[in-house]
Write a new protein. Sequence first.
Length: 115
Amino acid sequence: QVQLVESGGGLVQAGGSLRLSCAASASIFSINAMGWYRQAPGKQREWVATIVSGGTTNYADSVKGRFTISRDNAKNTVYLQMNSLKPEDTAAYYCNANIRGSPYWGRGTQVTVSS
C-alpha cells in the first residue's frame, strides 16, 4: 500500500508562488497517473493537474499557464509549481495516485492566497 504525503503549502500573497511536493512511500516508477486535486471550503474537490509516466501533462483550465506538474521517479515525488497565485486558488491541495485502478490520496496541504 502506497502512502502519499503532501507538503509545501502555506500563506502567500496574490501573485506569489508556491511549490507543493507529494512524497510517496514506495516507487512511483510504475504508477501511470499521478495528480493534484483541490478542495475549497464549501466546495467539491476538483481536479487540478495530472502527469502520466510518459511525461504527458494535463491541466484544468483555471490553472493552465500558471501551474506546472512534474514528477521525479528517482525521489518518488510529484511536484506542483504554482505561480501567479490568485485568491481563488485558496484550498486544501491533495495528491492522488491511480494504482491498478484504485485511487490513493494524501491528507492534503493548505494553500491560502491573500488579496
